[in-house]
Write a protein that binds this ligand. Structure first.
Ligand SMILES: [Zn+2]
Length: 280
């Protein structure tokens, strides 16, 4: 949705309420007492649904990420737009300013809630066809007291390991007819370590078994072959970075630019939320 479409469709609180009500009626309202999706009546004055069987009331926001929030639907909808419309993401301060939120904390909590639901939604999609996979080390922010305990040689303790898979899709230029490769989908997940077990867990959750997978020759990738249609291991070098593993490396460099450019450094606790905002 473009910003113009958003302004046309959702100019005020009423339009957001109307949209959410229709959406909830279409998907079905779950009654917590009856524990089923039951028929509900809508009470427009007080703005709640009532279960046809037990009369339990369900608010418009109940059962959504907005449940128990005092922010207006219009603020929430605008926040969804801001977080999905920009490729580079917003800094928390900019987000607070754009939405007119009174505190940084409110903006921070809102961004994190939205990132969490975005992560759940993206989790349903499996990457397809030709996939490139690699892992990346991201500097994480660590409390000073803990940092002093980390031995200087053990760099890995100061870095989070992120599994990165990309699915490049050929797009046709409508004017010239020429096909360019544009990377449409990514999956990113924090890994505990780079062992066959961790890597296989990520591959199983993220990639369609009918895919062809390109990786470098890391020994931890040796057993992936049985999980996909075909695995092509290429030697890691400057030419493969521009060739068979081009898109995963573009994604890695964008991720580093984003994390360093916008967030500077992210604690491991919040990193997965940031990844969810950038992938797909
Ligand atoms: Zn009920």
């Amino acid at each position: 949705m473009t910003i113009f479409e958003f302004i046309t469709h959702f100019p005020n609180e009423e339009s957001c309420e109307y949209y959410l009500k229709l959406h909830r009626e279409r998907t079905g309202i779950n009654c917590k007492t009856c524990q089923i999706i039951s028929k509900h009546y809508w009470f427009s004055g007080k703005k709640f649904f009532e279960c046809n069987k037990c009369r339990r009331r369900t608010s418009l926001k109940a059962g959504t990420v907005m449940e128990s929030s005092i922010l207006s639907l219009h603020t929430w909808f605008t926040a969804f737009l801001l977080m999905s419309a920009t490729i580079k993401g917003f800094s928390c301060l900019e987000f607070q300013r754009q939405l007119g939120l009174t505190t940084y904390e409110k903006a921070f909590n809102l961004m994190h809630k939205i990132r969490t639901v975005m992560g759940k939604r993206d989790g349903l999609y499996l990457l397809n066809e030709k996939i490139e996979f690699d892992e990346v080390y991201v500097e994480k922010s660590t409390k000073k007291a803990i940092q002093e305990h980390l031995k200087s040689g053990k760099e890995s303790q100061k870095q989070a390991i992120v599994a990165m898979a990309s699915e490049p899709k050929p797009l046709e230029d409508p004017d010239s007819g020429s096909k360019s490769r544009h990377c449409e989908f990514f999956k990113m997940k924090i890994l505990r370590d780079v062992t066959s077990e961790s890597i296989e867990g990520f591959i199983g959750d993220s990639i369609n078994p009918k895919s062809v997978l390109f990786t470098d020759k890391n020994p931890a990738y040796m057993n992936i072959e049985k999980m996909v249609e075909n695995q092509i291991m290429v030697k890691s070098s400057a030419s493969t970075t521009k060739g068979d593993l081009n898109w995963v490396h573009v994604a890695i460099s964008n991720l580093k630019k984003n994390i360093l450019g916008i967030y500077h450094m992210v604690s491991e606790k919040h990193l997965q939320n940031y990844l969810d905002e950038f992938d797909l």
